[in-house]
Design a protein around this ligand. Structure first.
Ligand code: PBG
Ligand code: ZN
Length: 329
């Protein structure tokens, strides 16, 4: 055999196998998505998202305290308003007494070292369930959408969020949010993480159940990207969101879009690259394990390690609590 054909000597030991990766998974790479509802004492199981619940603000200490002890470093908050009056412009999104703003303040005081990101979107708060404001014919009205989304982002920053993360995919919202943050004195106090390459995926179903954010008519294909659209994803990452001032670029979903994560790592090589292992991906890993197709832990590692290999530096995942047990650093 040729000398160049012999590879196995290089990875015969667990330690030498670990050296084969450019970067390793670490606890600080994981950001945990949390659903906060407007009943302060809620702890309600979400049937389609194994192990996840909707939490009320009064339950956050008991829920997150042990995870922070184990090394949880960041969370991303999603509001689930169940008792408010939704309207055309998503008024409850930045209600001072709403679940997200209350949770930001509570978490800042309970856990001073915890990094708090907030998803910014209107779909949970609009009567029609779309992520922006609409024209009378039901199409997206971009300008007021972007203005409203920026207003909500600023409210979260003022409440104490370390990071705001718009997931709506409206053109121009990164620039509008960045401008508003700067003008209000938050340019150096709040990170702007863009869901840049967010695809119109079949993998958001459990999330929409959890957050009550399914659109009441139509779909999101006019703002979320077509799954085949590599070119649009590259333009959204580089020409749009990086140029408009995003501090972190995100790709979502993650596993079916590893090529886009690799593209993002190359196009935005000076930015952190995030990816979101979304609700349906998480549910798929669980379902396969429950069906005996594979071992849950092994597949949780294989999927997230593939994201790191593709170039992700930050992973939003419902597996975060498990990884705090599985990883030593
Ligand atoms: C809201 C939003 C969604 C997700 C994050 N923010 C749903 C959607 O766009 O339909 C999906 C997250 C997940 O599935 O875990 N715009
Ligand atoms: Zn939305």
């Amino acid at each position: 055999m040729d000398i160049s054909s012999i590879l196995q000597g290089g990875y015969q030991h667990p330690l030498s196998r670990s050296w084969q990766s450019r970067r390793q998974l670490t606890k600080s790479m994981f950001m945990y998505p949390i659903f906060i509802t407007d009943d302060p004492d809620a702890s309600v199981v979400i049937p389609t998202l194994p192990g996840q619940r909707r939490w009320g603000v009064n339950k956050l200490e008991g829920f997150l305290g042990p995870l922070v002890q184990k090394g949880l470093s960041s969370v991303i908050l999603f509001g689930v308003p169940l008792n408010c009056k939704k309207d055309f412009r998503g008024t409850p999104a930045d209600d001072e007494n709403g679940p997200v703003i209350q949770a930001i303040k509570k978490l800042r005081s309970l856990f001073p070292s915890l990094y708090i990101a907030c998803d910014v979107c209107l779909c949970e708060y609009t009567s029609h369930g779309h992520c922006g404001l609409l024209h009378s014919d039901g199409t997206i009205n971009t300008e007021p959408s972007v203005e409203r989304i920026a207003e909500v982002a600023l409210s979260y920053a003022i409440a104490g969020a370390h990071c705001v993360a718009p997931s709506d995919m409206m053109d121009g919202r990164i620039k509008a949010i960045k401008r508003k943050l700067i003008d209000a004195g938050f340019g150096n106090k709040c990170t702007l993480m863009s869901y840049s390459a967010k695809f119109a995926s079949g993998l958001y179903g459990p999330f929409r159940d959890a957050a009550g954010s399914a659109p009441s008519f139509g779909n999101r294909k006019c703002y979320q990207l077509p799954p085949t659209a590599k070119g649009l994803a590259r333009r959204a990452i580089q020409q749009r969101d990086t140029a408009e001032g995003a501090d972190i670029i995100m790709v979502k979903p993650a596993l079916p879009y590893l090529d886009i994560i690799a593209d993002a790592a190359q196009l935005a090589s000076d930015h952190p690259i995030a990816c979101y292992q979304v609700s349906g991906e998480f549910a798929m890993v669980h379902a396969g394990a429950a069906a005996g197709v594979y071992d849950l832990k092994a597949m949780a590692f294989e999927t997230t390690e593939s994201m790191v290999r593709a170039g992700a530096t930050l992973i939003l995942s419902y597996f975060t609590p498990e990884f705090l047990d599985w990883l030593s650093t």
